[in-house]
Design a protein. Structure first.
Length: 189
């Protein structure tokens, strides 16, 4: 089975073990691919086909942009991602990086908050057979799920130290798990 949905009403039949960093990273990559496709579609549609993107980050909306025709963002394009900065590589190629736009931040926040609250799993976690549970073994509330997503950013900022922390932690929790009193489990029937 490709998708492993966790049924919280049958909690007693599952064998739970704390998920490792590798499993969690793979789930994040799947979520990032989904969000990258959504973000890329937004860039393409709002720019009327002149701007397209290459996905960069699974946890926050950062994209490398390419232009099919010359493109100058308008004053309100920042709201959906039309603003960018450029960097010229030593061999002459110029890369354009889209500023994380308000619309994309909202989409990312809704995605992680909704799926974690409703199912205890994002689609990436469903594919890897992982579930997020509180200390009381229930799904996080919308507030806790949103706080957990914000915690991703805190865990990521110091070179991902908040994620690597789980490898040294006896509780196998990242910083955002500690902040929200949640844990990610691998579950089996």
């Amino acid at each position: 089975m490709i998708v492993h949905r966790f049924n919280k009403s049958e909690l007693g039949r599952y064998q739970l073990r704390k998920a490792g960093l590798k499993e969690r990273i793979m789930a994040q990559l799947v979520d990032g691919i989904i969000l990258g496709a959504v973000g890329g579609l937004i860039f393409f549609l709002f720019s009327q086909g002149r701007l397209y993107s290459i996905w960069v980050s699974p946890m926050f909306p950062q994209f490398i942009l390419e232009f099919s025709t010359p493109y100058s963002p308008g004053p309100f394009d920042f709201l959906w991602g039309g603003a960018y900065f450029s960097y010229t590589l030593p061999y002459g190629k110029t890369m354009y990086f889209g500023y994380p736009a308000p619309l994309l931040w909202i989409i990312y926040a809704i995605y992680y908050t909704y799926f974690t609250t409703r199912f205890g799993q994002t689609p990436g976690k469903m594919i890897k057979g992982l579930v997020v549970l509180t200390e009381e073994q229930s799904f996080p509330s919308p507030f806790i799920s949103f706080k957990r997503w914000v915690g991703y950013l805190v865990s990521f900022l110091p070179l991902g130290l908040g994620f690597w922390w789980m490898e040294k932690s006896t509780s196998k929790q990242c910083w955002h798990d500690h902040f929200t009193r949640t844990a990610v489990y691998y579950f089996e029937d």
